[in-house]
Design a protein around this ligand. Sequence first.
Ligand code: NAP
Length: 331
Amino acid sequence: MNKLITLEERPEGKPSESNFEIKTEEKPALKEGEILLESKFISVDPYLRGRMNDGDSYIIPFKLHEPMSSMVVAEVVESKNEGFEKGAYVSGMLQWKEFQTHDGKGLNKIENKNVPLSAYLGVLGLTGLTAYLALDTIGKLKEGETLLVSGAAGAVGSVVGQIGKIKGCKVVGIAGTDEKIAHIKSKFNFDAGINYKTTDDMAKAIAENCPDGVDVYFDNVGGNILDAAMQNINDFARIINCGAISIYNKEEVPKGMRLEGIMVKKRALMQGFIVRDHYEQFPEAIKQLGEWLADSKLDFDETVREGFENVPKAFLEIFEGKNLGKMVVKM
Ligand code: NAP
């Protein structure tokens, strides 16, 4: 039998394990032209929360009583498709199933075995691509500028900070524990860090840690932290709206400060970013990220949970900040 995880109800506010169900089905049989994939690592990501809602978005909502999906690294365990050999590894947007059949279209073949397989869900997957391409297309970092990043000890944020250091910037990170702050400074060479959970006045803390102001704010969290960052931006600052995890589970969108005055006065640019819009640049970005990894200019963290049944729990843990770097589940 084959196990799968479905969405059974749409969460109101914070999601819980009861929103999901682990079911069993017959192991799928292979048709001509197909491959049988065995999941090895499943990525759990904050954006999946948005897909659990029913509503208009840049990506279609998950259907009730049907399997969840996310980026997965899988092994080809049987093949009736001449493009894929048995024993090969692939990554792609796949269902939360132990085994599944696929026609191979849209899957990425994993050729470079010098990095762990799970890295194809993180630094060499959508995480690394998001950090690299959002900085490239909107951030346009210049040497000597100050880069502020929230969610700094997470998957995207930790890569953003390291790219900032590679580009010769002063990098300040915001994260939720003192251990995370110490870690991003010692492992990734962040210049400074702010624990938003123990800081009463975030605008003042950002001012103290960014004495020359903020040239680029890479926002992974939104909410009050965005408001505090906006009070410290320089002329011609670039604000990248990559994510807003602080409001994903709110039943009502919280109100914040008005930004238009600051935007005009500072002639700032604020732009939303969705990595999938930049598909044509993926090869060039992966090449650069791979080179930095090989040259030890870039490093990464992973939090690895084990067992297919623990995929929903690992997903929920992201919202509690239990992860350092990319959260993945190993089968
Ligand atoms: P992640 O940073 O590895 O994990 C999320 C982190 O957010 C947690 O570890 C937690 O760390 C922090 N967090 C949780 N609740 C928070 C809150 N209420 N306020 C402030 N911080 C909170 O996740 P990721 O995959 O790298 O994603 C980071 C952001 O980028 C998310 O908003 C995600 O939706 C977005 N994203 C966007 C794209 C795109 O194409 N636009 C692509 C990938 C990701 P602490 O301990 O520091 O609180």
